[in-house]
Design a protein around this ligand. Structure first.
Ligand code: SAM
Length: 278
């Protein structure tokens, strides 16, 4: 069998499981039928490192947050009588890549719904398969029911998914640096996008950023400090916040930087109230 056919066979099998289990409440009764699943192997899901956020991808997105059916993503949290979700997503990992952050946040915030948004198809498929496998392997403690991923372009459609002030935390972990000056407009933090992030984030909510690229760190800090609805949090605050320690080590990029003994630059910002008009 060639490597390509092996990959295709592997992905076809995973796709079957994905179709069957993606929107299902995975509990002991499901496990009796499907058995435990092995964690997906990243090498089969590789895709070009960058996806152009300005191209017209074929993306599904709701016309407004009220049209979004979240119950498919978090079936464990459906109220069986009302047939609706008992809570809404309040934590978002933007550009979640292979999903490592969500997997560590899940047990740290068992009562919160956490969403990863990722633009690349194969990477999103990997995260879906990873979550399905984790759910099937942790049915006893209902593990990993509070995380899920959506394929989406966060630079275009965030207000289609989230209501005003819905989110408590937004993470930007090791975002694509877009080094060349003419590509800076593709960076995930810009003044215009910050106003969208401020819209979906509640007062007192936090934006977390981490990168190994000093130029990008300075760019994000300058833009966030220049925005009237964000204020930087102190290093003392960072040292006491559990999400900061999780995001330093949980993500796949973070682990790579760790292995290469690179630097990691962190900056966190609180969403301020809208100033009164006098
Ligand atoms: C360098 S990776 C970091 C992944 C992950 N956060 C980590 O730390 O391992 C950046 C990720 O952001 C995704 N991405 C880039 N632009 C995006 C956008 N506009 N919307 C959603 N995801 C995006 C990329 O596909 C990529 O997986």
């Amino acid at each position: 069998m060639t490597i390509n056919t092996r990959r295709q066979t592997y992905l076809a099998e995973k796709q079957d499981h994905r179709k069957e289990l993606k929107h299902v409440k995975i509990d002991e009764s499901v496990i009796e039928k499907v058995d435990k699943l092995s964690l997906p192997q990243k090498r089969f899901y590789r895709q070009r490192a960058h996806s152009n956020p300005f191209s017209d991808h074929q993306l599904d997105y709701p016309i407004s947050p009220d049209h979004m059916d979240w119950s498919k993503l978090y079936p464990h949290f459906i109220d069986s009588e009302k047939k609706e979700l008992t809570k809404e997503v309040t934590i978002a990992d933007i550009g979640c890549g292979y999903g490592g952050l969500m997997i560590d946040l899940s047990p740290a915030f068992p009562d919160k719904l956490i969403l990863g948004m990722e633009i690349r198809v194969q990477v999103t498929n990997y995260v879906e398969d990873r979550i399905i496998a984790l759910r099937t392997n942790h049915t006893k403690e209902n593990g990993y029911q509070n995380i899920n991923v959506l394929r989406g372009n966060a630079m275009k459609f965030l207000p289609n998914f989230f209501h005003k002030a819905q989110l408590e935390k937004i993470f930007f972990c090791f975002p694509d640096p877009h080094f060349k000056q003419r590509k800076h407009k593709a960076r995930i933090v810009t003044s215009t996008l910050l106003s969208e992030y401020a819209y979906v984030l509640k007062e007192g909510g936090i934006i977390y950023t981490i990168t190994d690229v000093l130029d990008l760190h300075n760019w994000m800090v300058t833009h966030l400090e220049g925005h009237p609805l964000f204020e930087r949090l102190s290093e003392d605050w960072e040292s006491q916040d559990k999400c900061v320690s999780i995001m330093r080590y949980a993500t796949e990029e973070g682990k790579k930087v760790e292995r290469n003994k690179g630097d990691k630059y962190v900056a966190c910002f609180v969403r301020l109230p809208i100033p009164e008009i006098i």
